[in-house]
Design a protein around this ligand. Structure first.
Ligand code: ADE
Length: 237
């Protein structure tokens, strides 16, 4: 089963971009996932194929028209395989993206991803087409395209057969609920710095315990909100 991504964007030339390189690019070439872009401009109105208009109620900026975006979404078709794919809208207002959400998406048939631009999108199309807003963090990008690339990168590496060494996914940050322990490799001494002795002891049990302790220490220090019973992020405000 191939994960199918359809990206609705004013800038189709931004894709595949980084997703055409390295792990994601190889997976794309191998058919582990597919990517189609839908050029929003083609659904614009009038001679200039306008996709936006001034906000009702006044104010600065432009708003993406509901009819234009709906036409782009509807062009993807309502076949069963499309109807079952979640429709996502990349937006700083959205559900914060985390590894659990990425995993859930990677287990599905794919996604239709709308990249926002402008000050906003007419609320009616979000409701009428059932768009789920997704945010990649509490900062504002100039458009949803880089966010869509981040989302797809995180999904694609979890698809069956994509990550060479399946083990390397299970110990990493967030898959265990903790940040990753520190890593070391040769040379044994570099600029006067040595490798923690336990890692060269050959005692796998001791190594595992050390790594778990280090992961807990780092998480407690840097991300107390991720610790069991830790505070909610932003909760201290
Ligand atoms: N578009 C603009 N900012 C964004 C963000 N933080 N997450 C997702 N999409 C966005």
């Amino acid at each position: 089963m191939t994960f199918r991504a359809s990206v609705i964007t004013l800038y189709p030339e931004m894709f595949p971009g980084p997703l055409g390189i390295s792990l994601a690019g190889k997976a794309l070439a191998d058919g582990a996932w597919s990517l189609e872009t839908v050029a929003l401009r083609e659904f614009g109105t009038g001679k200039h194929r306008q996709v936006d208009d001034t906000p009702a109620g006044g104010g600065a900026g432009m708003v993406l028209r509901a009819d234009v975006l709906a036409a782009a979404i509807d062009s993807i078709g309502e076949e069963a395989e499309n109807a079952e794919r979640p429709r996502l809208l990349m937006s700083p207002r959205g559900r914060p993206l985390d590894q659990a959400f990425v995993r859930e998406l990677a287990e599905g048939l794919g996604a239709v991803i709308v990249c926002g631009r402008f000050e906003g999108i007419d609320e009616r199309v979000i409701e009428a087409r059932g768009l789920t807003e997704v945010s990649i963090g509490d900062y504002v990008l100039s458009g949803g395209e880089p966010a869509a690339i981040v989302l797809l990168d995180a999904i694609v590496r979890l698809l069956p057969g994509v990550m060479g060494n399946d083990q390397s996914g299970t110990h990493e940050s967030f898959e265990t609920g903790l940040l990753e322990h520190p890593h070391y490799t040769r040379p044994a001494e570099w600029e006067g710095r040595t490798i923690p002795e336990v890692l060269t002891s050959g005692d796998h049990g001791k190594v595992e315990r050390w790594r778990r302790e280090q992961a807990k220490r780092l998480t407690a220090e840097r991300r107390p909100d991720l610790m069991p019973g830790g505070q909610v992020r932003g909760g201290e405000k």
